[in-house]
Each structure stands twice: as structure tokens, then as C-alpha cells.
Design a protein around this ligand. Sequence first.
Ligand code: BMA
Length: 835
Amino acid sequence: MNTQSQFGEWTVRRVGESKSYPATIPGCVHTDLLAAGAIDDPYIGERETDVRWIGYADWEYTSEFSWNAGDNADPYHLDLECDGLDTAATISINGIKIASTQNMHRRFRWNIDAVITPGRNTISIRFDSAIQVANQNMREHGPLPEGYEHPYNFIRKMASNFGWDWGPTFVTAGIWRPIRLVKWRNARLLSASAVASVNPETGDGLLDVLAELSYSSLPDPASADAGLTLMTAIDGTTIDTIAIPNRQDSERSIRLNVPNVELWWPRSHGSQRLYTIEITLLSGDTILDSVTQRVGFKTVELRSDRDEFGREFTLAINGTPLFIRGANWIPNDCFVAGLTADDYRERLDQAVAANMNLVRVWGGGIYEDDRFYDICDELGILVWQDFALACAGYPETEPHWSEIEAEAVDNLKRLRSHASLSLWCGSNELLLGWYDWGWEREVGDVPWGLGYLEEMFPRLVEAHSAHLPYIPSSPWASEPDTHPNHPDDGPSHLWDVWGSLDYVHYRDSIPRFAAEYGYQSPPSWSTLTRAIHDDPLTPTSPGMLAHQKQPGSNERLTRNLVGHYPAPTNIEDWHLATSLNQAHALSLAIEHLRSWSPRSMGSIIWQLNDCWPVMSWAIIDSNGCPKPAWFSVQRSYADRLVTIQPREAGLALVLVNDSDEQWDATVDLALHNICRPETPEVAVEVVDIQVAARSTTTWTIPASMRSPHRRREELLVADTGDLRAYWAFVQDEHMRWPAALWRVSVTEAEPRADSRLSAEITLTAETALLDVVICADRVDTSARVDSSMLLMLPGETRVFRVEWDADAAAEPQDFLKPGVIRAANDLWNATGLAL
Ligand code: BMA
């Protein structure tokens, strides 16, 4: 069996300097320097600029290993395997150069028999400045369109590492994924994977086993003349053994029929049955090599049939069309090498808790870590995977063409087995760039990347992952010559709303599928104030601007409050109002899209997560703290939704039932006066509505219920017992919200985990309360609450559960301190000058 040899300690030093620092592998220079105390935390204040020099410097990582095998009696080979080198790397052993690479997104393997010596060996990996290399590559080719400071499109490295409209410029270098030495003899598996699908005729499972082999030319005394075999087992039972008679065969593919399989389903549609597949290479009875994977049997279909509205864009799993309730995923930290399985688990659990069924791994980041996809497989979260091209033109000349091809093949092979993986997408916004951003004029007839989207990627997906659909870009239209962002064809990006319109304009179109749209807000208060220490702290103070990467958007956050909330008079109210505004914007868009299902079949909000403390479109900040928008997305994405929508001249109650059971809803409709807590109800009506499984029912609201007497005081409220929707008849800002009054108490509660403490906050509304939020993070950064963003009517009581780390200095009573429980009513009743 192949075995791994260990490296000793690693160190890193700047090329040209003698001082070295201990290095963590996997890791990167920034985090090594931080751990050594050589730089301060670059996420704080305006320190981003202090560490810019790191990206312009060259760095060298060094370690040692010992090697004792290698004579004729024990003829082992030694391979060096690197799962990720970031990025322009030169690898040397004992001073002898092995290779130079320029691609962070692929794995490398080299046989190093010729350069190792018995006893001690030295390995060094030198990383040239990715900025300098990208510039040099660009000079050799000539420029192509790109929107940020550095030509990230000329080096195969995570694009957002060079700065994005939510991310700082920290140009990393280092061994960012595992590195290992593999000792082997006779033969080995270079790669092995199993792809599970379903036979459309019989319903049996199909398992395509694909193995790439490499053979030693040295005699293997241990297994003499025994022949090689490849064995496949499923959940511990061997289902196939084949001989490999010919030691020239570099690849073997086997198709196996697996009767009576249980299907893998996305969450809310069924269970996530995963099967463990073991692919083993044997010589006689001796195991030479083995790969274990988990697969799920499912089918994926991308339906783009013509219909009365244009062309649908529907993802169907196991023949069932799905409304996609998703979010875009960006790298979960600027320093991706340090992300742990727990980080991935926490964030993806939050996606599930927000009722999502898909994440889109966006093309400006990375092909994610295996652990990310493993967790998605288990949770039943589908993955839409972009190839790593985003918002720029990409050179099609050599060596770029072959480099991208090698990267695509490597990731297709690495990821294709995952049950969660459901769609390959060639790029983010490349076609949009060509159509809308003036690229045609800019590039003339120089190839700019279309060859990847239209020729290379479809060819490679067909060759290596034919069980999954492919689209060339997002946005995209299936009809040739149709604008990629046409709402009636394919996935759309709805950026004009955040860019220049009030969020109610999300209702202006009914896209077949919204693959990106979003609304900014600040990070939670604790995350913001830990990172930004401006005094005074204002939307445009220096640290605030350093943590806003879309120029002008802090002002835009304030401007976008117009019509929704009164102008805030202090920074805490600004923080609250802009956070609430994001929450309403996303709910409005999601509910609009879902109310039009099945014409519209998907919503992928921009964006789930953040990579550092920043004002951004994320609904969870970089500390993992859910913003108010996370709670409103959770409600709007729930299997069952009740929403009030404008339809023709009036209003409609729309009930969406994205579950397998019929929903017999009794809806209490009330015109409610928010200024008269004693006699609030102006008109009431009770309706019974049946909503079949996986369907939407629209019920026209009668004129009596949409004719308020006092427009600024009355809300139309629809309740189904556990769900609530409401409608205001004037712009939100013009409502007459009373000063908030409530009664509240807190009691200790039984924690759900040993390391946590818990309390229950019982709150009774004495006046109507808009947007009740519990800002638990203000008590402690580890504190989380189970519910927020509620409209509460007088007399209603809610119990909120809060939890926080047992070792934090927090008491249940702290949750009653000023600033923790808030309602938007405060914004109407604050005094002072606008910020
Ligand atoms: C889309 C994304 C990202 C960007 C976001 C917000 O274009 O693809 O490039 O961060 O909008 O502007």
C-alpha cells in the first residue's frame, strides 16, 4: 500500500533576506507573518495598505525530509504531490529544480526518484510575486478587459485575491493546500473516481468507475508475477473485480449496474442517501493503492424548453423540477488556506437553516475544498460550480490555453463524484461583459475567452462529467443572439436595482431565473466595531470607507433609505436602518420571484458570506454573525410562504407550497391600525385556501380589504397561524409608527451544547412593532438568536432563544441592555439631525 513520508518543519523567508519565519502548511505568507508577529491583523482599520508590499515580494518556503528506501531489494518510488501552490512556484529538491508552475487551481504530481538522496533532503518552493508575474504575462500578450487594479486575468489565481467590490487586495503566496510525499511500488492509482447516475430505462443505479494508472518499470519482489486487478466495492461489498493484463493501459473505465439503489435528493425533497465506494488496485492479494469516495445516485436535467414566456431555465433532479432557493458563495476568508472543516460546516449549516437548497460557487473565487462538497452532499445542498473565470477577458494563447485546460480537467475529475454537484457554468459575467461593458470595441478581433466557454469547457464536461449539464456563463440566454441578461431566457443578473433603483423595482420584471441580485448592508455591529475604530464613526469616516469596496456605496446605503425609513440621526441608527433595508429588499425580491413560480424557477441571492469585515451584499458577516437579512431570507425561502403581491390593479394573496404535502391554509386577513392599540382592527376576513404540493395559489384580495381609511396608519396583515405577511398602502417611510412599547423578561434556559449557555427572552408588544430584532452580538460576539425581523402587533408575545459561548463574560440580563432589542419604530421617533 502506498505510504506517505513526512516533511519536517517548514519555514518561509522573503527572497533576498535571511530572516525566516515558521510556516504553517497549508497556509500563506500573510498568515505566517501574522502568526510570527511580523505584521498586524490586516483586517483592522486601514491596514490593508500596510501589507500591500507582501504581494510585490518573492517568498521561499523550505523544509526537509528523510528518505531511506530505494535499493533493488526494496524498489520504491517517491512522488511529490501538491494539492495547491499559490501561485508562481518553482519547486526544487536538493537545489535541483523539479518544475515551475503558475496555477493555484490545480493539483501537481512529480516523480522525484532522480533527485532524492538517501538520508536528509531539502525541499524549497519559491513563489514569485503574483502581481509581477501577472503584469509580465499581460505585457507579453497585450491587455484584455478587466475591472480592477491588477491583471488577475493573466494568472491562474483566485481573482478576488487581487481585490473585489467586497474584498481587499491581499495578494497571497504559499503552499495553500496539502503537500505530501507518496512512496509506492509496482503500480499506483494516479486518480480514481466513481460517478453515480441512474439508468433512465430501468431505474437502476449506474456507477462509472474511472481509474488512471501508473506502473513501475522496476521489478517488485514482494508480489513477484502476480497480475494486477482493480476492485470496486459499494458500502463494503465487492461488486466488481477486473484484471488489468496490460501494463501499458493508463486508464480503465468500467460501467456497473447497481440495482435497487436509493436515490439522493436535495433537502426538502427527500433524504441524502450516500454510498461509500472503494476502488482498490491489487497485485495478487497485496493492496497497492486505494481510493474511497461517497456518491449519491441522482439525475440532473437542465430544462430550457420554449414556452409562452420564452425559454424556461429549470433544474430537475430525479425528474422533479426544483425552485432553486440559493445563495452565491464567495471564498469564506481572504486567506483561504486557513479555512477549516468547521468553518465550512458552520456556514453551510446556516445556508440550510435559511431554507436554501443550492449554493453557487462563484467564478472569481476558487474551486472549493473537498470538505465543502462533502458537507453539501450530506446536507442536500446542490452546488452550481463556475469555472474560475470572472468579469474579465482571458487570453486564449499558449501557455494560458493549456493551463486552463489542465485546470478544468483536474477539477472536473476531482469534483464530479459529488452528489451535490449539479451544474457546471463556464464563467461569471463574461458574456455580459462582451455585450454590455464595451469589450467588443476594446478587444477588436483578439480572442478574449469565448473559446473556453463555447469550445473547451463543453468538450471537457462531455468527456469527464457528462452526467451534468453545462452552461457557458451566468447570465446566459440559450437562444443565439439573445442578450445574455434577457429575463425571458436563461439565468439573469439583476444588478440595476442595487445600482440605481429603489428595491421595489425588483418587481418590474419576471426573470425565468435570477442567478445574482443583492443589496448591501454593514456587517453586524460587533464585527464592524471590532474592525473599525474611527472616532467619530460615520458612514464616511476613513475606516468605514476602507471597508467599503464599491466606491460611493456607503452614501448609497444612506440614499436607499429614502422612502423606507426616516433619515438616521446617529451611526447606530444608520447601522440598524441600512441592515433592515437590506432585509426587506431581499425578501421583496425573493417573494416576488417565488410568487411567479413556475414561470420563475430560481433565486440565487448575492451573497451568502463574506471574506473579511466589510459593507457588502452578504447576509452573514465574516464573523459568522447572521445579519437581519439572513432572518428575512430564512422566512422568505421557507417551504411554505404567504406573501401579498401587487397584481393588475389590486392586490393578491399568494401562497407558495414548496413541500410534498398539500397545504390547507386558513388565512386571517385584517386591516390593522398601528396607531390604535386598543381598537386596532378596522376590517377582518377569514379565507380557506388549498395549495397543492409543490405549487402556488394566487387569491385576489377583495376591495374591502385593500381600502384603508387612514392610509398612513393601516396595514393589511395576513396570518396563517405561524406565517405572516403584510402590506402598507403608502411608502414605508410615510407610515405613522408609534413610539415602541413592550414588556420584556429574560430567564436562563437549558443550553443545547455543553460549550454554550442559553436564555429565553419573552417579549410582549404593547404597540405595533416593526422589524423587531435581537442584536445578540452586542452582548457577545459568540451570541446568536433564533429569530428576528418580526412585525409584532399589540398584545402579541414572542419568545426568543439566545445562545452564547460558556466562556464568554455574558449574563442573561445583558440581553435587556439598551441597544440589544430593537424595533424600527425607534427610527421614526428619534430626534436629532440626519447623519
Ligand atoms: C456580480 C458578481 C461579483 C460582484 C457582485 C456585486 O457581478 O459577479 O462580481 O461582486 O456582482 O457587484
